[in-house]
Design a protein around this ligand. Structure first.
Ligand code: ADP
Ligand code: MG
Length: 627
């Protein structure tokens, strides 16, 4: 419990004891009145203050206003009727505050739980200094420094392992419980926990740019993007509260006037009491609290599974996904190409590969990384100049003073270089040296082991259509699509063509069905932002993709797409349950209040009860592991 919550608890106890005492010990006259008033002010002074501030700031109709008017009204009524029954006003305030306390405790606790799950922020980094380790703020570690991560410690900054082997627990990032073995040369991302050996890591990013920082930023910002349901609530409140206040006023004034006109006694007190009860009942607390909490819990639950959803609006869109469009390389396939063959004119195999690998030295395309790996030797970047990457085509560069072009047939056509067709099925990288065709390298990619399952899972989750878009050759694309069971495939697309394909799909679909694009961001960041919802592969994906995307899959596992959709559906159904539940009970109670069947006691119990149930229901959104 926080200090504020403790203070509130003390106020609740004092006021409750006073209330009971005043009912047991008979005190009369002015003293009695003063003591009741004291009990009322102890429990309610902050509400009165907030209501006053609200009026001064022009925000009249909020729940503080409702509570203040209702309870002050009840006291005034008791004075007017000389009944001396102030119990009700105090009790109503008391229960309201108990409800508020419970809610702030529950909300605080679930927020804390969610943050604890996300407890991936490293507190320090170890730097070796004259043979001993020194702990420094991760923020102070420069790119390229060597840091040491001991068993049991979190990896604070992204980097490459230079010494040691270890098994890593990536659970906090991916929801994956199996440890991952890493060794010298492997890339390592921050937020993993080192479970065994001592690792030395050369950092490749600053702390602020590292994976952990990015994730924390995303999750912390996620609350600021409001969904339609949340928007609905704030619009609703803007209409609802004034409407309730006007209804209460009419309830207080109209029936007595009618009664007077008919020649009967007005019965002011009874109707004013009903109007006040009506105000107490009308507090929309349950709604106002439980909706954002449901979204927050859903986002927290998803992130525990390695699915980062950047805001509740995306949660809502994701739940309506009916079309999923994929990029091929790195999304459905591993993006780790093997060299299958090298066909050439005069050069030797090794020389052709060397030119290709050198020319590709600065590209982050999976093809380029694969060629560099196949080459296997240290690349001296000083030998390469004038690198120009043409997305969807390939690239040109100057290596050792000669110009090299490496890419697909489109690139060769663009450069006006006649090329030899290859009979092999695979991705073919044509290479021209000094403007003449030198040969090609045939490479092939493997499908992700669970890609097929992932497509099937999407179908099962109610996705109507799956489409694959790729810049790769037709033969390769069609083989992969057939293997995986994707409904449609479009190949040999440039990044701009991918956008127009997605636009066609967007134009053809019904408005309510949403389209998701899943990619690694290499050559497809524009599509990621164009789709209704962009899903990026976070581990393999480029930083641009993670920025452009609305949902990031931490471990690049395509199975997580269906899982994310299911999580979002559960979250949204909880949101709707809460909206409907709260509104139905609210309107029923309002009706009973207006008819004089429900009194203030009943009203406050109904309100606190609805709120507790709605908050507990919201917390269910956190439990998504088994979906
Ligand atoms: P995908 O849609 O499968 O992710 P891209 O749009 O990234 O494919 O690339 C399409 C094609 O462009 C590749 O199959 C390759 O032929 C060529 N290409 C793109 N970048 C490069 C590169 N750096 N080196 C060689 N070829 C490339
Ligand atoms: Mg790609």
């Amino acid at each position: 419990m926080s200090k504020k919550q403790k203070k509130m608890l003390v106020r609740i106890l004092i006021s409750a004891v006073m209330l009971i005492g005043l009912n047991l010990i008979p005190v009369a006259g002015l003293l009695r009145m003063a003591l009741y008033l004291a009990a009322y002010l102890i429990i309610g002074y902050d509400i009165l203050k907030k209501a006053g501030k609200g009026i001064l700031n022009g925000r009249v109709f909020d729940e503080n206003f409702l509570m203040a008017v209702a309870t002050v009204g009840a006291i005034a009524l008791a004075v007017y009727e000389k009944s001396g029954d102030y119990n009700e006003a105090i009790a109503v305030m008391l229960f309201y505050q108990i409800g508020e306390l419970f809610q702030s405790y529950a909300v605080g606790k679930s927020r804390k739980n969610i943050s604890a799950l996300m407890d991936i922020r490293p507190d320090y980094a170890n730097i070796e200094c004259d043979g001993s380790l020194e702990q420094v703020d991760p923020d102070e570690v420069a790119v390229g420094s060597i840091i040491v991560v001991q068993p049991g410690e979190k990896v604070p900054i992204d980097g490459i392992i230079t010494e040691g082997t270890a098994s890593l627990n990536t659970g906090a990032l991916t929801g994956e419980s199996l440890p991952r073995e890493v060794t010298v040369g492997d890339e390592i991302i921050s937020g993993c926990i080192n479970m065994s050996g001592v690792l030395k890591i050369q950092t490749t990013k600053e702390f602020g740019e590292s994976t952990v920082s990015k994730i924390l930023e995303l999750v912390e910002d996620s609350g600021s993007r409001k969904s339609k349901s949340e928007d609905f609530i704030s619009k609703f409140a803007r209409v609802y509260t004034p409407a309730v206040c006007i209804s209460a006023l009419l309830l207080a004034v109209l029936p007595p006037l009618v009664s007077l006109l008919l020649g009967n006694p007005a019965g002011w007190a009874a109707w004013i009491y009903r109007a006040l009860t009506f105000l107490v009942i009308s507090c929309p607390c349950a709604l106002v609290i439980s909706i954002p909490l449901s979204f927050f819990a859903g986002i927290g639950g998803a992130s525990k599974e390695g699915i980062l959803i950047k805001g509740s609006n995306y949660m809502e869109t994701l739940s309506q996904t009916k079309i999923v469009v994929f990029d091929k390389t790195g999304t459905l396939t591993q993006g780790v190409f093997e060299v299958n063959g090298i066909h050439h004119n005069e050069l030797e195999d090794a020389k052709l590969l060397e030119y290709a690998a050198l020319a590709e030295c600065a590209s982050s395309h999976p093809i380029s990384k694969s060629l560099q790996r196949a080459y296997g030797k240290e690349i001296d970047r000083n030998r390469v100049t004038d690198i120009e990457e043409i997305s969807g085509h390939g690239l040109t560069a100057t290596v050792d003073g000669v110009s090299v072009a490496a890419g697909n047939t489109k690139l060769m056509e663009q450069l006006g270089i006649p090329y030899a067709d290859c009979h092999c099925v695979g991705t073919i990288i044509h290479i021209a040296i000094d403007g003449t065709y030198a040969g090609h390298i045939v490479i092939s990619d493997i499908e992700k082991p669970n890609a097929k399952e992932a497509i099937a899972a999407l179908k099962k989750a109610g996705v109507k259509q799956t489409v694959m878009l790729t810049g790769d050759a037709k033969q390769v694309a069609e083989k992969v699509a057939a293997d995986l069971g994707v409904d449609a495939v479009h190949s040999e697309l440039l990044p701009a063509d991918k956008v127009s394909e997605v636009e066609k799909l967007l134009a053809d679909k019904p408005l309510k069905a949403k389209l998701a694009f899943v990619g690694d961001g290499i050559n497809d960041a524009p599509v990621l932002s164009r789709a209704d919802i962009g899903i990026a592969m976070g581990a393999m994906g480029s930083d641009a993709a993670i920025e452009a995307a609305d949902v990031v899959l931490m471990d690049d596992d395509p199975m997580k797409i269906a899982k994310g959709i299911k999580i979002s559906r559960k979250c949204l159904s909880i949101v709707y349950q809460n909206i409907v539940f709260a509104l139905v009970i609210k309107f029923a109670c309002l009706g009973l209040g207006a008819l004089g069947i429900a009194n203030m006691w009943f009203a406050i119990f109904a309100d606190v009860g609805v709120m507790i149930i709605a908050v507990l229901n919201a917390i269910r959104a956190l439990r998504v592991h088994k979906l």
